[in-house]
Design a protein around this ligand. Structure first.
Ligand SMILES: [Zn+2]
Length: 375
């Protein structure tokens, strides 16, 4: 079950709210309602999250401008999250995408300021923080003005993966490589996260700040690890990770024959080849064969139950393993067919990537260097 429900679609991007978001509405009803009651509190909370949504749309539109697809935007109690298909790696692109969110809030604040000033003058109010707490149009607009300023300032704290942290990584990226820039940004982010955590500990009622500090600490580290893994996989070509002498199947082989072969082999997937041309017809995996056995189809030909070749993503022999990883993620497949021009050369799967990564990781931590060539 998914915890997010779709509420709309803007610029072709699904807008979702996480179910826990409903809690924040209840919280907002009582905290922002004041003398005007809970309904006004809900209006204020929804207005606040509209600003968060516009902020995320800022990032998303900038990403789309660089040809990066945006999967969806989800509103959570601690803020919004725009999921990009991939992170922009060129420093300039990342800088623009990271700044686009806070920029939306700056523009909105600049637009709201004269509105609030005129309305306050008309109502004979002197401009003060007290206006925030007064229910009504002036109070709401003042609240939105201050919320825009807070959103812009808070997100620009250089704590990766907050926007400011991404700006920091992008800026470092002009002087050093992506891996190193990420490492520094993650470390700086963690120092800030600990700082925020301490503030949350000593200032009462800062539960959200505490949650955000925990989020920065772990999410930053996780993204840092993913970048490091990608950097390692980028140095390895598909040709170096292909299992040599992999067993291929004839389309005439029966499920029973393949099952006994699978019991004695460590190979996760078996290509089914045309015996005359050597071209790939399909893929037999443990899963499909086990399923056929459960249905009692021992005598069926493997060609009848295999995954057809046209549904298997393809990758070039010269591609790097991080490209394979991206391709498998995009197509939600765990195996891809490797081609050298028009010739089928083998299958590469997530297991192969894990195996190579585990090997590189161990060899790196033991201090020895393996001569992987980016050929
Ligand atoms: Zn942002």
């Amino acid at each position: 079950m998914s915890w997010s429900i779709k509420v709309g679609r803007i610029f072709g991007i699904d807008i979702k709210i996480h179910l826990t978001f409903l809690l924040i509405l209840v919280w907002g009803a009582f905290n922002y309602g004041g003398s005007a009651g809970p309904l006004y509190g809900v209006v204020v909370t929804l207005a606040l999250f509209t600003l968060v949504l516009l902020h995320e749309l800022g990032h998303s539109v900038a990403a789309l401008g660089y040809g990066i697809p945006v999967r969806d935007i989800t509103l959570l109690p601690i803020g919004g999250l725009a999921r990009l298909e991939r992170m922009p790696e060129k420093p300039l692109h990342e800088l623009v995408v990271a700044l686009a969110g806070p920029l939306v809030n700056v523009v909105l604040a600049i637009g709201l300021l004269p509105l609030v000033a005129v309305l306050a003058a008309l109502q004979g109010e002197t401009f003060s923080l007290r206006m925030l707490m007064q229910p009504g149009l002036l109070g709401l607009l003042t609240f939105l003005l201050s919320a825009n300023i807070s959103l812009a300032v808070f997100n620009m704290i250089p704590a990766f993966p907050l926007d400011g942290g991404r700006v920091l990584r992008a800026t470092l990226g002009f002087f050093t490589d992506y891996q190193r820039a990420t490492q520094v940004a993650v470390t700086v982010g963690r120092v800030f996260a600990i700082g925020l955590g301490l503030v949350a500990l000593f200032v009462p009622g800062q539960i959200f700040l505490a949650l955000i500090a925990v989020f920065i600490f772990f999410a930053g580290g996780q993204e840092g690890q993913a970048v490091a893994a990608k950097g390692m996989l980028r140095k390895v070509r598909v040709a170096q990770a292909l299992t040599p002498n992999a067993v291929a199947l004839s389309p005439e082989a029966t499920v029973g024959q393949v099952a006994s072969l699978m019991m004695t082999s460590r190979q996760p997937d078996f290509p089914v080849l045309d015996p005359l041309t050597g071209q790939l017809l399909g893929v037999a995996s443990h899963h499909t064969v086990t399923q056929a056995m459960q249905q009692g189809r021992w005598r069926s030909r493997i060609a009848e139950i295999m995954q057809q070749a046209r549904t298997v993503p393809t990758i070039a022999l010269t591609a790097s393993l991080d490209e394979v990883q991206d391709k498998l993620a995009q197509t939600s497949s765990r195996v891809a067919a490797v081609y050298d021009g028009l010739h089928f050369r083998g299958l590469i799967s997530l297991e192969d990537i894990y195996r190579v990564f585990g090997f590189l990781n161990r060899s790196q931590s033991s201090g020895r260097r393996i001569g992987w060539q980016a050929g």
